[in-house]
Design a protein around this ligand. Structure first.
Ligand code: HEC
Length: 80
């Protein structure tokens, strides 16, 4: 029983840790998560080609009032 509890705890920890695996060292990704989920879901970076991301960012930049630096870092994450 104790072993069962233990493995349950380990699983819970492991599973939730996986979901929250946002690399905070990656500034562009962090900004993306912070700035871009207000109006719609966070689209996965693999859903669009880099070229398309740049076009989208032209529009979304205005919607989310990004600074040029923020924009550059988000594009770096999404389109490079
Ligand atoms: C103020 C609200 C708002 C914010 C903030 C916002 N978006 Fe959007 N976004 C929209 C709306 C509305 C649409 C759908 C209608 C449209 O295409 O204009 C959309 C659509 C999209 C799409 C789908 C476009 C397509 O052609 O399929 C992507 C991808 C996207 N946004 C990315 C982003 C990114 C990246 C950011 C952060 C830089 C962001 N959005 C921030 C409102 C927002």
């Amino acid at each position: 029983m104790r072993l069962l509890m233990l493995s349950l705890i380990i699983c819970l920890f492991g599973c939730s840790a996986k979901e929250k695996m946002i690399d905070t060292n990656n500034a562009g990704q962090k900004l993306y998560y912070e700035k871009c989920n207000g109006c719609h879901r966070l689209y996965d970076k693999t859903e669009y080609e880099p070229k398309k991301w740049r076009e989208i960012m032209n529009v979304m930049k205005k919607k989310s009032h990004l600074t040029d630096d923020d924009e550059r870092m988000i594009i770096k994450y999404l389109a490079e």
